[in-house]
Design a protein around this ligand. Structure first.
Ligand SMILES: [Zn+2]
Length: 212
């Protein structure tokens, strides 16, 4: 059938349509039609063919499971506001300028830290050259070499306690959220308090937050 003509269509099937028809034929293959039996709707997700909300929930739960760094975000070692900030960031819900532009605001989008790149949360917290100074500090404190992923969420997902020895595992896991929080607070000082970026203040703040 691939590439062929179907009498009721004036054009050949494209690849997607061919695939759909092939899948349909595959589904129908081996099925028997019973004459005289009335058609009825069956819910495939439950054994008896009857719809239950629970079966729908189970289907959604298993097919749409999204990897999410719950354990590192909801840690008892970090204050709730810090965990909540990381949770917002993971879902891309922090109101950075790129988010405001998506909501129709007309803004010149510049990172407040490096004044160079467009400001997205992935840039501010992971890739900004000014933030990188803190990353370098963290990696040198724990003696870790790691290539940072593209997004905040991937960074959270990849932040494994196995990077360091058991004794420092808890501090290592906390360091990530602490870094995010410190950078965000520094960014807010610049935006809302008209302060100038201070790398030294950011470093001090990070170390104090981490060990407090
Ligand atoms: Zn920047």
């Amino acid at each position: 059938m691939r590439g062929g003509w179907i009498p009721c269509f004036s054009r050949p099937f494209n690849d997607w349509e061919v695939e759909v028809v092939e899948r349909l034929l595959l589904t129908l293959q081996g099925k028997k039609l019973v004459a005289g039996l009335e058609d009825k709707v069956l819910w495939n997700a439950s054994k008896n063919g009857i719809f239950f909300v629970k079966s729908l929930y189970n289907t959604l739960d298993s097919s749409c499971a999204v990897l999410f760094p719950w354990s590192i975000i909801w840690s008892s070692c970090v204050p709730t506001k810090v965990g909540f900030f990381a949770w917002e960031v993971s879902w891309g819900k922090v109101l950075t300028q790129d988010q405001l532009k998506r909501r129709g605001w007309i803004l010149a989008n510049r990172c407040f830290l490096c004044c160079d790149e467009e400001k997205t949360i992935n840039h501010i917290l992971v890739h900004c050259p000014k933030t990188r100074i803190l990353w370098d500090l963290v990696f040198s404190l724990f003696g870790v070499n790691w290539v940072l992923p593209l997004t905040v969420r991937d960074t959270l997902l990849g932040w494994s306690a196995s990077f360091v020895d058991k004794k420092h595992g808890k501090t290592w896991r906390t360091a990530l959220l602490c870094l995010f929080w410190t950078v965000w607070k520094e960014r807010n000082r610049i935006v809302f308090d008209n302060e100038v970026l201070s790398i030294q203040r950011m470093k001090n703040s990070f170390v104090c937050n981490l060990f407090s």
